[in-house]
Ligand binder design. Structure first.
Ligand code: NI
Length: 137
């Protein structure tokens, strides 16, 4: 059976502030620039979820991408959309809400939760130019 990777893209908007606990506002500004503004700021995130599997000979699908969308919304998007990542999202507690930390936490939410499909890659676009990728390694 051929193994194919299929990708669903989902979108959410969220706010955050990058600041290391224990540093002053000035030190955080040095480290994170405008991303450390005390009032925070927002991003329109795109998340590409890629799973791999055999093509089901009956359906012709690896997995119905509508199903992937539902599962990603339930596990991730419903929690983060229009939320403040510093305070509103339980599974982001204890980490600085960079795209890197966010994508790793999202992986933990999705792995093993995709109807048996194998999660192989997450790409999180924070801006049109900045993307982080995590493959669970
Ligand atoms: Ni930001």
């Amino acid at each position: 059976m051929p193994t194919v990777r299929v990708t669903r893209k989902v979108h959410f908007s969220a706010g955050h502030r990058l600041a290391r606990p224990g540093l002053s506002d000035e030190e955080n500004r040095e480290l994170y620039g405008a991303c450390s503004n005390p009032a925070g700021h927002g991003h329109n995130y795109d998340l590409e979820v890629t799973v791999r599997g055999e093509v089901d000979p009956d359906t012709g699908y690896v997995i119905d991408l509508k199903r992937v969308k539902e599962l990603v919304h339930r596990a991730v998007v419903d929690d983060v959309d229009h939320a403040n990542l510093n305070v509103d999202v339980e599974w982001m507690e204890g980490v600085i809400p960079t795209a890197e930390n966010l994508v790793v936490r999202i992986w933990d939410r999705l792995e093993g939760n995709l109807d048996g499909a194998e999660l192989v890659s997450l790409k999180l676009w924070e801006t049109e130019r900045n993307m982080v990728e995590y493959r669970g390694e």
